[in-house]
Design a protein around this ligand. Structure first.
Ligand code: SAM
Length: 293
């Protein structure tokens, strides 16, 4: 592949002594920016979570650069060397196995420490599973809560589930495939089966799937299917349920009025609507009472 790569940040990139946080694909290797490729090609070295994963990108884009393994098991040991290299004027790119480093991936502490001692940090933004799932979910996406992976401890988990239950904003969660069914049952228990969710599987990959619409429907879907692949879950906010219920009731009232304006008695209109909407006739009667009150 012959791509012309140019750099147009403040100065020519990469700059000496800068730690670059580089976003990489979450599955589809074409999802990498020209700027990211330029950095990966030209920094002094790349600190990566798993050299085998990063080598896939290096191989595809014909990059030859030295890789330093930097992950949750060796980060304490490797941090001083990386910091010393930066202080001595080297430029370093930090990448994770997928997506944005520091989002449920190593890097957070290194960035925090580097920043605290005055090392320049520059982010080369790239894909993130949470945002990819959120914006394609069809649920409100301008305000949201990101929970990452839920804690395993029961009491901590319960606390967050109760927070999600009451949260008016959309919530995004990462979950491993073998814990998904348990998590869906917890959602049913705490939020109810009606809450809207989207289970996004294998985003950007060949078998990408978006499963929804409600907790009950997703549970049903996975009753006959094994859960495999990478999973991100998007959960609708609480207020949206209330708004939808109010909207449904508003529409029902309009329909009742239309039927009565067309000449049906209250009893006939209620009976008709109750059958059509699979509701009890009393619900319609009470609603009519509300209109008059
Ligand atoms: N740093 C990454 C990011 O920016 O999205 C997240 C890393 S976290 C260790 C890995 C989790 O992200 C997975 O367990 C899954 O929940 C989610 N994830 C990563 N890639 C995904 C994909 N292609 N489709 C769905 N979820 C994905």
């Amino acid at each position: 592949m012959n791509i012309k790569i140019s750099s147009s940040h403040k100065n020519k990139e990469p700059e000496s002594g800068v730690l670059y946080i580089v976003g990489t694909p979450i599955g589809n290797l074409n999802d990498i920016s020209l700027r990211a490729l330029n950095i990966l090609k030209n920094v002094s070295s790349i600190a990566c979570e798993d050299t085998r994963q990063t080598k896939k990108i290096m191989f595809k884009y014909e990059l030859n650069n030295s890789l330093i393994s930097f992950n949750e098991h060796n980060s304490l040991k490797k941090t001083p060397k990386i910091i010393n290299d930066l202080i001595s004027g080297k430029s370093i790119a930090l990448v994770s196995d997928a997506g944005m480093p520091s989002i449920c991936d190593p890097g957070e502490d290194l960035v925090k420490y580097a920043k605290s001692i005055g090392i320049a940090i520059v982010c080369i933004p790239g894909p993130c599973a949470a945002l990819t799932a959120l914006v394609s979910s069809g649920l409100p996406s301008s305000k949201f809560t990101f929970e990452g992976f839920l804690p395993k401890k029961k009491s901590e988990r319960e606390k967050i589930l109760l927070e999600i239950k009451e949260n008016n904003k959309t919530t995004v969660i990462y979950e491993s495939p073998h814990r998904l069914k348990r998590f869906l049952n917890e959602l049913k228990e705490y939020l109810g089966g009606e809450r809207k969710i989207k289970v996004c599987r294998e985003l950007t990959k060949k078998f990408e799937e978006h499963i929804g619409d409600t907790v009950d429907e997703v549970i049903k879907f996975f009753e006959i299917k094994n859960v495999i692949g990478e999973i991100t879950i998007v959960i609708d906010g609480k207020s949206n349920i209330k708004q939808k219920q109010e909207l449904n009731q508003f529409k029902l009232k309009e329909e009742l009025n239309d039927l009565m304006n067309a000449g049906l008695t209250l009893s006939q209109a209620s009976k008709y609507l109750a059958k059509k909407k699979k509701l009890s006739k009393n619900v319609i009667y009470n609603m009519h009472k509300d209109i008059k009150d």
